[in-house]
Design a protein around this ligand. Structure first.
Ligand code: GLY
Length: 396
């Protein structure tokens, strides 16, 4: 090698190392600032919550906090967010509120009216147990897993998402992948072996029926509950039956990445990699990497974003980065970092004391339902905090 070539190689390696070091420094500061902000901001949020409700969103035009009953699918995100903030800050006021809200939702452990128990009980009690190792919390998770498993329908080899909803007979939504985490965790932590088998069956059935050749996901598959025959492939919250609803793609990516963590079954990793390809190569994914609410809305770019989808996708990409190598891994981490940097910027992040006390603005719950459009949503905050924690634990 000539001296010139050696110098170029040396300076290239040096500049890559310097860039990596400076992005580590930046992220370290960003994450620290974000948790300090969350600690203060959630003290505004906790002020106006009625004792028997959970915060969901904020209606800026009326200056009104929107809250929901504890049986709403989102009831675990506020306690879970509080636990993650407490973990980083050790603030006793945050811990007290985290414990109060866990008590409030504990009775959900026998809830069987829909599939959302994993969101409700694992995002809350799962974080609480991870941080405190209190065996009472573990018991609640194991009971909740048993309750959720009652919704498994052997005929369709899947968990029934909703009993009765619109015209659906046996609806299974892609979101349901997220509830499998509690089932597998419970099984691997002293619970019933059956709950893991149910989760695996559900993940396999979903892999077979929910995905298009480009690995985008349908929202709802309607089954014949007895035979498992697919009756219809539809949407409930997306732009159209054939579109890729952004948060649904996030649930899919997160779901298969998580299933690989527990099972080490390569087919789940491959599925997650293919879903990531669909999302990251999508021509509608904007420069700041915060997706529009549906990848196929023809009115893009004049449609709302979904910060919650970005938060979920960033958290999933960080985990996918743990299971991949080389350029592929770098790409997942870089996109997740871009998402987290965007979400922490003025464009998406609330100001202290504003936005009802939520951390993030610009999420979209159900656009076709005319519900929760371009608003803060509690689960956007939850997955944002989770992604920040993951980045800190794995990449700093
Ligand atoms: N699981 C409901 C939603 O993502 O809106």
């Amino acid at each position: 090698m000539t001296l010139r070539k050696i110098s170029i190689t040396f300076f290239t390696i040096l500049s890559v190392a310097v860039t990596a070091q400076s992005s580590k420094k930046q992220m370290s500061k960003l994450i620290q600032d974000e948790f300090q902000f969350a600690e203060k901001q959630y003290k505004y949020l906790m002020k106006d919550i009625p004792n028997d409700k959970m915060p969901q969103s904020f209606k800026a035009s009326e200056g009104k906090l929107i809250t929901k009953d504890i049986s709403w699918w989102c009831s675990g995100f506020y306690p879970g967010s509080l636990w993650m903030i407490y973990e980083q800050t050790k603030d006793p006021e945050i811990k007290k509120e985290a414990e109060r809200t866990l008590n409030l939702i504990e009775s959900n452990k026998t809830f069987t009216r829909d599939h959302d128990l994993g969101f409700m009980m694992f995002c809350s009690f799962g974080n609480a147990y991870r941080i405190t190792k209190n065996p009472v919390y573990k018991d609640v998770i194991l009971t909740s897993a048993e309750s959720l498993s009652t919704r498994f329908r052997p005929g369709m080899q899947a968990i029934l998402s909703w009993d009765k909803m619109a015209d659906f007979k046996g609806p299974v939504i892609i979101d349901n992948m997220m509830n499998l985490e509690m089932l597998v965790w419970a099984s691997q932590n002293g619970g019933n072996k059956k709950t893991e088998e149910i989760a695996i069956a559900h993940a396999n059935t979903t892999m077979k029926n929910h995905f298009r050749p480009d690995y985008s996901s349908y929202h709802v598959i309607d089954y014949d509950v007895n035979t498992g025959k697919v009756l219809n492939k539809k949407t409930f919250q997306g732009y159209s039956d054939s579109s890729a609803w952004a948060r649904g793609q996030g649930w899919a990516l997160y779901g298969y990445t998580m299933m690989y963590r527990f099972t080490k079954d390569e087919k789940y990793l491959n599925q997650a990699q293919n879903i990531a390809k669909f999302i990251l190569n999508n021509p509608t994914l904007p420069e700041d990497k915060i997706p529009y609410w549906d990848f196929n809305d023809p009115k893009i770019p004049n449609v709302p974003r979904d910060a919650s989808a970005a938060a979920i996708i960033s958290s999933a990409l960080l985990e996918l980065g743990q299971n991949t190598k080389g350029d592929e891994k770098e790409n997942y981490i870089n996109v997740a970092r871009k998402m987290l940097t965007s979400l922490s910027s003025e464009k998406y992040q609330s100001k202290l004391g504003e936005n009802g006390g939520f951390l993030l603005m610009h999420s979209t719950g159900g656009l076709p339902l005319n519900s929760e459009i371009d608003v803060p949503l509690i689960y956007a905050d939850y997955y944002f905090l989770e992604a920040l924690k993951r980045y800190k634990d794995w990449y700093l």
